[in-house]
Ligand binder design. Structure first.
Ligand code: KDG
Length: 310
């Protein structure tokens, strides 16, 4: 049976430096899981919705830890392809206080070999929401084609398309990135850019102007993630300001992915769009209270309780 949400992208094993500073000075890392769309799938599942993940992984131990993670998180793994003689990508996080930078080891990874032939068309066509990201498009040309093909399948079947531009300019050429991301935004229903990505893509500074710029391209909903300033939500004819949810921030990795997962989960629970943004904002804030992309993603019980109180 198809889950209500299907996500497509690249999982990456995470090595998070346990001390601030450059990686040549670090001698302790915490190992965790990452990859924006896999983080999204974990968030959706912890928030009580059924989700399936589509990707390629290597036939290595790191690929196996992902299978173990997804199974333990009740994420459907039916369309995970284990590629023989290939590897699962990894990244290191160097920490600078609350902020961080990624060093990737992913070129030619199994996930970068994704292509349109890997896309399970019926699986996506029978879902309610399909989610993907700019990172999934950046990793290779064939993966980018796979993303566009999956979006077309979703659109033809009236499945909502959810998209996080997640610009990683280390991974692809800037002009190509801008063209592809803007084209994808125009094909999506829900778009979840961070403020930095939105400023870069639009060339604008003002959040309201940015929102208008994106909404004119066609999406039904744009939630501009403003980090410590909360969220600005545009829905075609209305704009809502969602105030930040105060927490003690430890590590912001994965917070944007948890936001996306929180939004679509709340949407499927039947919440109004403004409530979805508020719910997502809480899920994202809680994700910053621990180290790593996946470990701190909260459960439905935790987010529900805070949502009802605030
Ligand atoms: O949002 C967190 C992700 O950026 C992280 O898990 C790594 O997917 C990742 C990437 O490609 O940057």
């Amino acid at each position: 049976m198809t889950p209500e949400i299907v996500a497509l992208g690249e999982p990456l094993l995470e090595f998070n430096a346990m001390e601030s500073g450059p990686l040549d000075k670090v001698d302790k890392y915490e190992v965790g899981w990452g990859g924006d769309t896999s983080n999204f799938a974990v968030a959706v599942s912890r928030l009580g919705r059924k989700v399936g993940y589509v990707c390629r992984i290597g036939d290595d131990d790191f690929g196996q830890t992902f299978i173990n993670l997804w199974k333990s998180e009740s994420i459907d793994t039916k369309y995970i392809i284990k590629e023989k003689d290939s590897f699962t990508g990894i990244y290191f996080i160097s920490r600078h206080g609350e902020s961080h930078q990624f060093a990737y080891y992913r070129k030619d990874s199994a996930a970068s070999h994704l292509s349109p032939e890997d896309i399970p068309t019926d699986y996506i066509a029978n879902a309610r929401i399909f989610h993907t990201s700019g990172i999934s498009q950046a990793i290779s040309e064939s993966a980018c084609e796979a993303v566009f093909y999956a979006i077309e399948v979703a659109r033809k079947a009236d499945v909502l398309v959810s998209y996080d531009p997640n610009l990683r300019l280390k991974l692809w050429d800037e002009d190509r990135a801008r063209d592809i991301v803007m084209e994808t935004i125009s094909m999506s229903d829900f778009v979840f850019p961070s403020l930095d990505d939105a400023i870069y893509l639009s060339g604008l500074e003002d959040s309201y102007a940015i929102l208008e710029y994106f909404l004119e391209k066609g999406p039904k909903v744009v939630a501009l993630k403003l980090g410590e300033k909360g969220v600005l939500l545009g829905t075609g004819n209305q704009i809502f300001q969602i105030k930040p949810f105060q927490v003690d921030v430890v590590d912001t990795t994965g917070a944007g992915d948890a936001f996306d997962g929180g939004f679509v989960s709340a949407y499927l629970q039947g919440y109004q769009l403004k409530e979805c943004a508020k719910y997502a904002n809480i899920a994202a804030a809680l994700t910053t209270t621990g180290c790593g992309a996946v470990k701190p993603i909260p459960t439905k019980e935790k987010v529900d309780a805070l949502f009802l109180k605030n």
